[in-house]
Structures are given as structure tokens and as C-alpha cells.
Design a protein around this ligand. Sequence first.
Ligand code: ADP
Ligand code: MG
Length: 249
Amino acid sequence: MQREELLRIKNLSVSIGDVEILHDINLVINTGETHVLMGPNGAGKSTLGYAMIGNPLYQVTSGEIWFKGQRIDDLPCYKRALEGMFLSFQNPIEIPGITLSSFIRSALEQRGIKLRLMQYKKELKNTMDILNIDESYADRDLNKGFSGGEKKKAEVLQMLMLNPSFAILDETDSGLDVDATKTVSLGIEEYRKKNDGSLFIITHNTKILQALSVDYTHIMVDGSLVKTSDASLIDDINANGFAQYEKDQ
Ligand code: ADP
Ligand code: MG
């Protein structure tokens, strides 16, 4: 099946301050595809996620990012989000004074989606049920006092409610117990079913990938994409680690 191009990254280099972290990255993601990014700690995986979503700390020093046929590397983060990009943070922050429920509702409103309160609450509860999140969490301040796993589930809840066309999941599956891992992978499947969702999954957890059908796997070492292949690459990494790619540098 011919799929439509969703995201194109061309010769992208990214710096934090004076230090170049990503070097000459090229990547194409089509609608409905699931891509996985793996690599050693500190390789630059989160940096790539932040550069895609437009975190101002990460400066694009050369190259281009295109999303839905539009060049976006000059767009601020919130505009990229309005265009349908979503990033689930590796370390979600606490937002005191704003409840989980009101946070998601206002994010929906910013996207022009205004639901009646009762309808919104019903939809939120249904989605929380899928993710096994107790309904009392809706009225708790976002992430405040949440466990690591609960924060990750809250990220998946936001993804399911906001229904982005492209979701970047940065180690959303790390630090989860067995049950939470299953729940989070169910949530990811639900997202894919709902709207032919496209995913960029940064992970070390090869177990979660067994439950998802992965189209492409990329390996990043020292800020460069050193290998792209299909899902079979995950087994290779499981068996042989990243050292084989580090040697090629
Ligand atoms: P990964 O997600 O693959 O573990 P990161 O993208 O977080 O790697 O980090 C890549 C490199 O950039 C590392 O050397 C890290 O120390 C550096 N880095 C990341 N974020 C910052 C930051 N905010 N300030 C300075 N250096 C950073
Ligand atoms: Mg990271």
C-alpha cells in the first residue's frame, strides 16, 4: 500500500549551546507507520524527539524538518502540537494547580475541540479505564505525587485523548511493572487503531515491541543514525547489543 509522507527530516544537525549533538540525520515517516529508535544512553535519541517537537533548547544548525508537506523547523512547539505532533516526555513534569482533567480539556480546546463537560468527563473516564487509571486521578494535580508508572500512563492518556497524527514516545515504557507495561502497550495499540496513528518510539524495552507491529527500526550512535532496517533488527540488538555499530564509527 502506498502511504502518504507525514514527516521528513533532511540533513538535520542539532546543537545544545555550542555542542553539536545530532549530525546529519535523514528520516522519512509515512502515515500509519511505526518507527522505533534504539541506541545507547546519551546517543541523542531524546534530542531528536525534542528537535522534532521544537523545544527551543535544541537548536537546528542545519537541515530541514517537514511535517504534512509544510516546513516546520521555524515553527514554535505549540504550533507543531496544533498541527498534530505529540511528544510523551521521558521525564514528565509536575504541574501544581492544574488537574489532569483540566490540563487535557484545555489542550483539546486549544485544538478547537470543545466538548460539553459531561461528554468530556465520560470520554476521559472511558479512556482512563482502558489504561487502568483510577478515576480519582482526573481531579489530582498533573503528575503531582504520581509514581513513575502513573506519570507514563498519564502521558498515554493525553495521547489517546488528543489523538495526534504523529506521536513521539520517549521511553514511555521504561520503569513500568509487568501489568503497567501491558496496559501501556494496549494504549499504544488503541491509538494506532483509532486513527491510523503514526508512531516514533524511543525505547530500550524490546518486550513492548513484540506486541506492536514495527515497520522500521533505527539505531543511533553518537548523534548519527547508523542503521535502519525492519523489525528483525530488534532481535539482532537483543542478541548482539550496540557495540557492533559503535565499532563502525
Ligand atoms: P539519549 O536520549 O539517547 O540517552 P540525549 O538526547 O538525552 O540522549 O542526550 C544526548 C547528549 O546530549 C548527551 O551527551 C547529553 O549529555 C547531552 N544533553 C542532552 N540534554 C542536554 C542539556 N539539556 N544540556 C546539555 N547537554 C545535554
Ligand atoms: Mg533519552
